[in-house]
Design a protein around this ligand. Sequence first.
Ligand SMILES: CC(C)(COP(=O)(O)OP(=O)(O)OC[C@H]1O[C@@H](n2cnc3c(N)ncnc32)[C@H](O)[C@@H]1OP(=O)(O)O)[C@@H](O)C(=O)NCCC(=O)NCCS
Length: 165
Amino acid sequence: MSETVIRPFAWSDVSAITAIYRHYVEETVITFETEAPSEATMADRFGKLVDLGHPLLVAERDGMAIGYAYASFYRPRAAYRFTCEDSIYLHRDAVGQGLGGQLLGRLLEASAAAGFKQMLAVITAERANSVRLHEKLGFRPVGRYESVGFKFDRWLDIVHLQKAL
Ligand SMILES: CC(C)(COP(=O)(O)OP(=O)(O)OC[C@H]1O[C@@H](n2cnc3c(N)ncnc32)[C@H](O)[C@@H]1OP(=O)(O)O)[C@@H](O)C(=O)NCCC(=O)NCCS
């Protein structure tokens, strides 16, 4: 298998990342968005992260972005400013190869270096692999919210996991 490199986001990644995310919006309950964002919208979101100095990492293989991860403010109000939430999405063909752990490990380091003190993972409760991945990297479950999402005609629970950085 070709080598995978984890590196900071570059603007040339926007198209591949938008395509990776579109799949999860349109086909899964992993994200609670229901309309796939355009490349312009994704570029705008990432621009805000870059401007804030928040970590935004890309996994690259054979010159293509095959996954990405970032940390963003958990909530916008000022007292939350040391608390971030992670997001991590692999291309559907790259799941199940250990790449999620590599990306999340690097994101934890980068988030601590950026000054965050706590990281929260907000996960659709039925996504056992994502919960397991976070637990393996030291997150612990801190709560469950029931039926807070509605997508594809069903109600969805979320779980929160937390790790001190
Ligand atoms: C979630 C994601 C980042 C995980 O990364 P990954 O490299 O694919 O990791 P895997 O799913 O292979 O494995 C993670 C762990 O879950 C375990 N796992 C997989 N399926 C499982 C299941 N149904 N039940 C319990 N554990 C499961 C794996 O065995 C592995 O644990 P191990 O290392 O102890 O064996 C990646 O699959 C992904 O991007 N998925 C789509 C987007 C997504 O869900 N993002 C997270 C949003 S919070």
